[in-house]
Design a protein around this ligand. Structure first.
Ligand SMILES: Nc1ncnc2c1ncn2[C@@H]1O[C@H](COP(=O)(O)OP(=O)(O)OP(=O)(O)O)[C@@H](O)[C@H]1O
Ligand SMILES: [Mg+2]
Length: 328
């Protein structure tokens, strides 16, 4: 009994810490509720997140705010078409070494990387990721995926990547779906003008009143301890059998009724039978719960954005809704 109370108290501490971070995002950015939710979820679960949308829709601002609001080692990098790998992983240093007489004497110059950038950061923003040339991008994405550089495990917890849409005039180097698969959470963001008058008006009001700052510098509101606590608590959250069945049900519905095949979709076991469970647990923790509920299946919507055809993705919330009501 005391153990259960103790657990609930820790979960409440964690919920409070992350809700302060949410407050910081709300203070600086109007709207974009789904992106804010996904950023918090990525952080609490230590997963990577990809945010795609047209220019000027606060992608960079949100990514920066959530990073600065977390007391973690932070690396921000704006990718461009001449980005070289060295700029992402640290500096290349040349070292001169005297050779021993038995090595033939003289000296040798060798090159090594002094780790920096994504190799030493705990959270990083990879802004405009699709602008990077393929060569640097491939190595970068492999590091994100393996969380290793050579044999060395890196401290990176969450990478946040932003990009303009690939399928229109902002198109740069298209990231192929296998690359976007490195990001457990994937979001498509729209401008407030497109989303509705209410939030658009709120941004106008805030700007008119001077509440939108050009260069805000928020202080961190979530400590390192909260991230460690989150890791411990994720292991404690219960996933009832009915929700486990619901997860499989949603995925099987996408395959059987929406024609998601291995050719047109990336519904991998790793992402959807393993990571999705962690995401549901993370969503429960953010709500201050020690148990996953059917509504937590909503994470599947943010996991499928670029992994199923766009018309199918539009149906995902309805599929989830039907499965939830069956479970209800
Ligand atoms: N919803 C919003 N709330 C508050 N400020 C906003 C919002 N949308 C845009 N802004 C303002 O617009 C600026 C531009 O946003 P930001 O640079 O983050 O856009 P972006 O999506 O990264 O664009 P790009 O694709 O061109 O890089 C922000 O710094 C902020 O001042
Ligand atoms: Mg930007």
């Amino acid at each position: 009994m005391t153990v259960a109370i103790d657990l609930q108290a820790k979960v409440e501490d964690l919920r409070r810490a992350f809700s302060a971070l949410r407050g910081l995002l709300d203070e600086h950015v109007v709207g974009h509720r789904e992106v804010k939710d996904a950023l918090l979820l990525a952080l609490i679960c230590r997963e990577h997140v990809y945010v795609e949308g047209p220019p000027g829709t606060a992608k960079t601002r949100l990514s920066e705010m959530v990073s600065l609001g977390s007391r973690l080692g932070f690396f921000f990098y704006q990718l461009h078409r001449d980005t070289r790998l060295a700029e992402l992983v640290g500096d290349t240093v040349l070292e001169r070494r005297e050779l021993e007489p038995e090595e033939g004497g003289g000296e040798r110059i060798h090159q090594r990387i002094e780790p920096g950038g994504i190799l030493t950061a705990e959270i990083c923003v990879l802004d405009d990721i699709s602008r990077a040339p393929g060569e640097a991008l491939n190595v970068l994405l492999r590091i994100l995926n393996e969380r290793k550089f050579g044999e060395q495990t890196i401290p990176l917890m969450t990478a946040i990547a932003t990009s303009n849409p690939m399928d229109d005039e902002y198109y740069n180097e298209p990231l192929d779906p296998a690359n976007i698969d490195r990001f457990a959470l994937q979001l498509r963001v729209h401008g407030l003008i497109q989303s509705g008058a209410e939030e658009a008006r709120e941004l106008v009001d805030r700007f008119a009143e001077g509440a939108v700052l050009e260069h805000p510098e928020p202080a961190p509101v979530v400590n390192r301890e909260a991230f460690d606590l989150a890791l411990d608590l994720l292991a404690e959250v219960e996933v009832p059998p009915a929700v486990r069945g619901g997860l499989v049900d949603v995925l099987r519905t996408l395959v059987l009724e929406h024609d998601c095949t291995e050719e047109n979709s990336l519904l991998t076991d790793r992402s959807f039978l393993v990571k999705a469970v962690k995401m549901m647990k993370g969503r429960a923790l953010l709500a201050g719960r020690t148990e996953v509920v059917p509504e937590d299946l909503a994470v599947l919507s943010r996991m499928t954005t670029f992994r199923v055809p766009q018309d199918v993705h539009a149906e995902v919330p309805a599929v989830i809704g039907r499965v939830i009501s069956k479970l209800g």
